[in-house]
Design a protein around this ligand. Structure first.
Ligand code: AR6
Length: 166
């Protein structure tokens, strides 16, 4: 069984095998958690991401953690909220599932996620939290290496939403 936890904090400080980055499809950095991860990991992360030539929404790519306490960073562009009729729910679930599968394939036991798509991308928080928890639970039935998933929430409102979903 995969243990699921919700904490309030800064994901760049978390010592786990892999943290997830709420990226964009260029994978070339940005604001929010993406900017914070790039600043903390250092410029070598930018060079590593450049080699992918981007990533479609809902897919995931893995790099080293560079200067972060985490060993790996898994980059996934979540969907931009456009009203809910453009496959946003499925794309968000894909981001969680593909990130978890990539972590599993790379032998990660402990994984930490930020609240994907609920910042700049405006995905409704409660709806995103339910999708995240449901997708992590479903993945836990087939997980081989991953045994702990932490949602690292940057503010109390976000933490409450994931706690409620859990
Ligand atoms: N640790 C944990 N969570 C954080 C941190 C941090 N250090 N910093 C911010 N958050 P966002 P999105 C929270 O906007 O909606 C970027 O420019 C934040 O409070 O970072 O998926 C990318 O390049 C919010 O709860 O990601 C994309 O262009 C959550 O992380 C775009 O933003 C997600 O907010 C992606 O937008």
């Amino acid at each position: 069984m995969v243990k699921i936890k919700v904490v309030e904090g800064d994901i760049t400080k978390v010592k786990v095998d892999a943290i997830i980055n709420a990226a964009n499809t260029t994978l070339m950095g940005g604001g929010g958690v993406d900017g914070a991860i790039h600043r903390a990991a250092g410029p070598a992360l930018y060079a590593a991401c450049e080699r992918f030539g981007g990533c479609p929404t809902g897919e995931a790519r893995i790099t080293s953690g560079f200067n972060l306490p985490a060993s790996y960073i898994i980059h996934t562009p979540g969907p931009v909220w456009r009203g809910g009729q453009h496959g946003e729910d499925q794309l968000l679930a894909n981001s969680y599932r593909n990130s978890l599968e990539l972590a599993d394939q790379n032998g990660c036991r402990t994984v930490a996620f930020p609240s994907i798509s609920t910042g700049v991308y405006s995905f409704p928080l409660d709806r995103a939290a339910k999708i995240a928890i449901r997708t992590i639970r479903k993945f836990s039935q087939t997980a081989r290496q991953v045994d702990e998933v932490t949602m690292v929430c940057f503010d109390p409102t976000t933490a409450r939403a994931y706690q409620a979903a859990l």
